[in-house]
Design a binder for this molecule. Structure first.
Ligand code: MG
Length: 185
């Protein structure tokens, strides 16, 4: 089987990591329960920032958010390695900017994810992911954004949303813990 994965907020806990970082940078102490109720992918609102200010802060902190020590979700690394050991193929499709491609691939390897040559794709827009995903003839695809999954509804790919507070309206299959993949096989 061929498995495709988005990275941010699907395999790694990026927004929560950034939320802690924002608290530190802005000398605030906004509770994690606020984060857990956000209905937007963006996290700036509880900090009293405008959309523009939020965008600027994200871009200023981006390298630190991406490449310091953002944790992966529990069992994500283990389960993806198990897939490869069982002979399945694992692909990554991330819409991070192209300029971060090489560093992101390295970071994923260092975090313990199995990344084989030519199995890592970076730098497309969300709505362009479909082109890569179709070319790879994936059997399964996992993402946190309904906007991405919605572009794939007409394909035969089995789609899963990685549960997040902003995607609870997604009606399809939902994964809340990576151990659930073990039941698929
Ligand atoms: Mg994502």
């Amino acid at each position: 089987m061929r498995f495709g994965f988005d990275i941010d907020d699907t395999l790694i806990n990026l927004r929560e990591f950034a939320f802690h970082l924002y608290n530190k940078k802005l000398s605030k102490n906004i509770d994690l329960s606020v984060f857990k109720q956000l209905t937007t992918v963006e996290i700036h609102e509880p900090f009293g920032l405008t959309k523009e200010e939020g965008k600027n802060l994200w871009n200023t902190c981006r390298s630190e958010i991406y490449f310091s020590d953002c944790p992966s979700y529990p069992l994500a690394v283990e389960v993806l390695n198990e897939l490869v050991q069982k002979g399945h193929e694992v692909y990554y499709i991330t819409a991070r900017n192209k300029e971060f491609s090489e560093q992101t691939e390295k970071w994923m390897k260092k975090a313990g994810f199995p990344v084989e040559k030519n199995h890592f794709f970076c730098g497309m827009k969300d709505h362009e992911k479909i082109n890569i995903i179709k070319n790879l003839s994936l059997d399964y695809y996992f993402d946190d954004k309904p906007a991405v999954l919605n572009t794939l509804l007409e394909t035969n790919i089995t789609l899963y949303v990685r549960d997040q507070s902003y995607n609870r309206n997604w009606k399809g299959k939902r994964l809340t813990n990576w151990s659930e993949i073990r039941n698929l096989l």
